[in-house]
Design a protein around this ligand. Structure first.
Ligand SMILES: [Zn+2]
Length: 138
């Protein structure tokens, strides 16, 4: 039993060290990205596209860095780059996909989301959001 714990703790130490090293590499790479785009202007559509990619696909690039690229304040970045449409299986388990538009990075992606078909059917029956009850006998 004691040996199992020792081995498990050893594995935990190794895994934690690996995670810390990976986090250091992520931070270093994010700084390199910030350095590489320093001085670029926000004039062209290409830079707005880049800003959008950085904002949505590279969460380790700080929002102020994206703001500097765009030449806008940090609190305006999400509005300037625009929302992103996200898809996930309907919370009701109906097998359809539910889509919604995330407005900012900070928005939770774990909220319950139902597909438009379930939302319509629920609405017709006056059920609260997130409820999908089959009619009796079906
Ligand atoms: Zn559904």
């Amino acid at each position: 039993m004691g040996e199992d714990l020792d081995r498990a703790l050893d594995r935990l130490s190794v895994a934690e060290a690996e995670r810390d090293a990976a986090q250091d590499r992520v931070a270093e790479a994010a700084r390199a990205v910030a350095g590489a785009i320093t001085g670029r202007s926000a004039g062209g559509a290409a830079d707005r596209d880049l800003a959008r990619v950085l904002y949505w696909d590279y969460p380790d690039v700080p929002v102020p860095v994206v703001g500097a690229l765009l030449g806008v304040a940090t609190n305006r970045v999400a509005g300037v780059v625009g929302g992103r449409v996200v898809e996930r299986p309907c919370v009701n388990g109906c097998g359809r996909m539910a889509t919604w538009t995330m407005r900012s990075r900070n928005e939770s992606t774990s909220g319950s989301t139902e597909c438009s078909t379930c939302a319509e059917e629920r609405g017709d029956r006056g059920l609260p959001r997130g409820w999908a009850m089959r009619p009796a006998g079906s």
